[in-house]
Design a protein around this ligand. Sequence first.
Ligand SMILES: [Zn+2]
Length: 92
Amino acid sequence: MKNILIIVALLSTSSVFAQVENHEHKKMEVSMKQKAAKQNEPLKADGIDPVCRMKVAKGEKRTAVFQGMQYGFCSDYCKEKFEEKPGKYIKP
Ligand SMILES: [Zn+2]
């Protein structure tokens, strides 16, 4: 009888751990989603693609934030180029 009690105690402890882990996992998922949403925020105002200097219209979804400034891109190619080395295109 004693043995059964120990097993029950072990089982309930491990399920508590599992719940905690699950909770942590959810928190991580949420913060990852928030990050992604921030990157994909549409362009707030007309701007210039810093890579090719083309005009980018407000609402463009290919954007990146660098030093607190939002930049829009004409293509995935320009966005990738920019994200590789933003400092190359943005002069302080
Ligand atoms: Zn471009």
